[in-house]
Design a protein around this ligand. Sequence first.
Ligand SMILES: [Zn+2]
Length: 228
Amino acid sequence: MRNEKLFSVFSFPVSVYFVFLRKNRGAMIGFSEDRLDETRRRGRIEVICGSMFSGKTEELIRRMKRAQFARQKVEIFKPAIDTRYSEEDVVSHEGNSIASTPLDNATSILLLSSDIEVVGIDEAQFFDKGLVDVCNELANRGIRVIIAGLDMDFKGVPFGPMPDLCAIADEVTKVHAICVRCGNLAYVSHRLVAGEKRVLLGEKLEYEPLCRVCYQRALEEAEAEKAL
Ligand SMILES: [Zn+2]
């Protein structure tokens, strides 16, 4: 009798907690890889997009390093155009780095990925539109493809192959910088120097992350200055 009572007191709450934990596992843990076991992650496309200073490359490096720890064969490619920090490495604003191969065009990725399990692509917005078919082909071969890139240029226009990559991706993570003027989430990389050229490699001197409201205000200020 005493044992039965003990059982009824303890068994109910334990089972309730168990159901709660199972149901809320996804909600409590922020990172997507924790919801999927690594062995099921083959043959897929993940896109990490956002403005400058939003931590895109940092997140790409984090996922690539985890794959390395899991003893998977990884390779990271970047467009040869991006030479801001290092010719060979992908380097984040935080200073983290991982070895990479600079390439002139997207189709070269197919030739260099024959025995790779996880392909990383940084600054994808600078690659040609052929990158979309390349990523599909890689994923169809069973390769996990992780792409980081700017979603929009300094005018807020979708950048290169990024919109198409977001469309074909299995998973899209949009990351945000902080607006330097008001502290809200930033939406665009506002260019601080004059010039209409779409590609201007730069850093904190050339670009500032702004939210939608502060970006509109910055454009109005620039127009007013021109009128003077
Ligand atoms: Zn703002």
